[in-house]
Write a protein that binds this ligand. Structure first.
Ligand code: G3P
Ligand code: MG
Length: 230
């Protein structure tokens, strides 16, 4: 059974370092995280990299779509997924790998992500957790590599959440903690799913969510949340 930590650093430790970079992973480690969450998508030539947005603009200043940029033309500092895994190995960090496909590349992105994980994920680290807002990605991940645990990502839990979780054989639900209600949290736990919440940077809010049943808090400020939950 997958063992999630109480705290996962969001995009590394996004409050303290450039998100989804190796520096951000190091910062998360320094600030007490044992796991990080990161977003993975594909370049034009199919290389998995760490990037949240469809465009490189917000995080690198380069006004170009990831899907139209070859890996060799990426701005400095954007890690490949492989380099990220090597860094996680060095740091001893677990990882919630969010499959964040560019539009139309849902299945392809998932297949590449799990292929890299199979080849490169260090046996010494805890098994990773895959998550995605895109069910097509989670289905493709399951078809290619069923051994990696999956969580659905949901902004607001509606009545259909369980159908989504069952359709991708998820073990967990990662929900927007700012919109999660106590009855929904209870429903998720009672149904036997792991419950994670994102992106919570306030210690009191984190404590309240844990009180509601959340087992894992994804945060930009791992130090603050580790301190609050200890
Ligand atoms: O995986 C949790 C969280 O990262 C989901 O939202 O947009 O920050 O990737 P986002
Ligand atoms: Mg994410």
């Amino acid at each position: 059974m997958l063992q999630l930590p109480k705290v996962i650093g969001h995009r590394g430790a996004a409050a303290y370092a450039a998100e989804n970079t190796l520096d951000s992973f190091r910062e998360a480690r320094r600030r007490g995280a044992t796991w990080v969450e990161t977003d993975v998508k594909l370049t034009a030539d199919g290389v998995p990299i760490l990037m949240h947005d469809a465009s490189l603009k917000r995080t690198t200043g380069v006004d170009r779509l990831v899907a139209q940029t070859k890996a060799g033309d990426l701005p400095q500092g954007v890690p490949t997924f492989e380099a990220a895994i090597d860094c996680l190995r060095e740091l001893g960090l677990g990882c919630n790998v969010e499959i964040k496909p560019c539009e139309g590349r849902e299945a392809e992105t998932a297949r590449v992500v799990v292929e890299v994980l199979r080849r490169r994920w260090p046996a010494a680290l805890p098994a990773p957790l895959l998550s995605s807002f895109k069910d097509a990605s989670l289905v493709a991940a399951r078809e290619t590599a069923p051994e990696f645990a999956r969580a659905i990502l949901i902004d607001v839990l509606e009545d259909d959440w369980r159908g989504r979780a069952e359709a991708v054989t998820a073990v967990g639900v990662n929900a927007n903690g700012k919109k999660l209600t106590a009855p929904r949290a209870v429903e998720v736990r009672k149904a036997g799913y792991l419950l994670g919440v994102y992106t919570i940077n306030n210690g009191d809010v984190a404590k309240a969510l844990v009180g509601m049943g959340a087992q894992c808090v994804i945060t930009d400020t791992p130090d603050a949340i580790v301190a609050a939950l200890d």
